[in-house]
Design a protein around this ligand. Sequence first.
Ligand code: 5RP
Ligand code: CO
Length: 221
Amino acid sequence: MGHIQITPSILNSDFARLGEEVARIPGADWVHVDVMDNHFVPNLTFGPTMVEALARVSPVPLDAHLMIEDADRNAPAYVEAGCGSVTFHVEAAKAPVRLAREIRSAGARASMALKPATPIEPYEDLLPELDMLLIMTVEPGFGGQKFLDLCLPKIRRARAMMDKHGIETWLQVDGGVSLETIERCAEAGADVFVAGSAVYSAEDPDKMVAALREKAQAAQA
Ligand SMILES: O=C(CO)[C@H](O)[C@H](O)COP(=O)(O)O
Ligand SMILES: [Co+2]
């Protein structure tokens, strides 16, 4: 298992002051940017132009989570926009292996996401093509939803597959991650944690990043 990384999502931060919002979390490993197109999910956020502007001012690299249709065509723009990691949904990709290779060769980390009802088993042989696997722990589309415990067995199975193949793929969880739920995720084998409302509803977001990190490290040990 890799070292613990905390990746705050700006989804529930103040979109009128995004530059200031990312400056409040210098202790984070990445900033998670949720790109939504109102087709793959019933919500709309921003596109590559906005992400590029944010990449210029963010104190930490951007981790793009693309909840958009036609990932094959649309994902490469987020590498160009300056994201260090680009996650596409397998449900929206026609050729996930080709897309992962394209993202890597363009210079970013390639990551693939699974919605709660999408099984991991059909994708076992793809894992070596990925730098990170994202297992969603809510239905994608909105921040502030309740963590779905039903996703924990899939996290365990994904971690066991990675161990079996002896690969270093990071395992990210996203949705409802908080001080109450992060230990369960770390125990199951996750090592990269997205937390949106937990971080941005805290009085001191950077202190919350540190508290989440401490809990996950204790649970992993
Ligand atoms: O991908 C997402 C929603 O689709 C967000 O990253 C996620 O919901 C983060 O917010 P929270 O921690 O409040 O659940
Ligand atoms: Co997300």
